[in-house]
Design a protein. Structure first.
Length: 305
């Protein structure tokens, strides 16, 4: 996979996870800012934020297994579940010896993965930035989107995702609402999944909707512990034309984190960093300046998930 350097000017690093290569970007120095992407994006989604922050922070941005520049193993070699995603992130931060003063920037599935890590290491988390995401069960008054149902619950949808990269293709067309995604940017989003899109399908199939779904209990656990961060500085930047993470999810976040600084973009979609990335970067800069981090007194350990 080749991405033009002008679009993705970052050196690649890899962590070996039981013989599988887990790709990440590690740029800059200073307090760590860990950015966790969702589906069907990859570390490319955070490129503007990396460039903006690497002069003053250490930016750590992994590609989930099966995504971006990470390996794309079959099911026999990798368990494509939320729990495994959290263990991968934990392994990376442990490898990099990052265990305090962490700022999380989370999008889509990254919210669930990042907050699952956070509730196990609450003293490690200094600040949280949320971009059209969730870390709790689907609100009861939110209907499950048709596209997700097609991919999650039908054989024809699964075939279209695996054979024609349907999920990624739809996302590049539907998730930018203020301005259409330029062709070269769209190509960069699609590139990791053109030959192997197993991860994009497994992410959708892992969405827990009812008890008994394999990730349901972990979501329940995380949802019940979000109050640990009621005193943590939180910034929420939200595209209001997101057909998945819409007003129902934003309402829930406001309830969970009443202290949050909230900025809404009425004409922006799910890929809010593509629609209004420059504006969000400025908001992030201001938020970090207003909420500086300080060394934690406690020694933080790493808990197995």
């Amino acid at each position: 996979m080749k991405i033009p350097a002008k679009l993705y000017p970052f050196e690649s690093s890899y962590l070996d996870l039981n013989g599988l290569r887990y790709h990440y970007v590690d740029q800059g120095s200073g307090d760590p800012v860990v950015m966790v992407h969702g589906n069907p994006t990859w570390s490319f989604y955070f490129r503007k934020v990396i460039l903006a922050l690497k002069g003053s922070c250490r930016t750590i941005v992994p590609d989930h297994m099966g995504c971006g520049f990470s390996d794309k193993p079959d099911d026999a070699d990798y368990d494509y579940t939320l729990s495994r995603r959290v263990r991968d992130l934990q392994a990376l931060l442990h490898h990099l010896k990052i265990n305090e003063k962490i700022t999380l920037i989370l999008h889509d599935w990254g919210g669930m993965i990042g907050m699952a890590y956070a509730v196990r290491h609450p003293q490690s988390i200094a600040r949280i930035i949320l971009l059209n995401t969730a870390a709790f069960h689907k609100p009861e008054d939110k209907s499950f989107p048709l596209l997700l149902w097609l991919c999650r619950d039908t054989a024809s949808g699964a075939f279209l995702v695996r054979r024609f990269n349907l999920f990624s293709r739809c996302a590049t067309r539907l998730c930018c609402r203020r301005r259409p995604m330029p062709r070269e940017i769209r190509s960069a989003y699609l590139a990791p999944y053109e030959e192997n899109s197993i991860a994009t399908l497994r992410f959708v199939q892992d969405i827990p909707l009812r008890p008994g779904d394999r990730s349901y209990d972990l979501v329940t656990e995380v949802q019940g512990k979000l109050s640990l961060f009621r005193d943590t500085p939180v910034l929420i930047c939200w595209g209001e034309k997101d057909f998945v993470f819409d007003k129902h999810f934003l309402k829930k976040w406001k309830h969970v984190f009443p202290q949050a600084e909230v900025h809404c973009f009425p004409d922006s979609g799910h890929y809010v960093l593509e629609d209004v990335g420059e504006e969000i970067v400025e908001l992030i800069h201001g938020f970090l300046k207003r909420h500086p981090v300080y060394p934690n007194v406690a020694t933080i350990g790493f808990t197995e998930i």
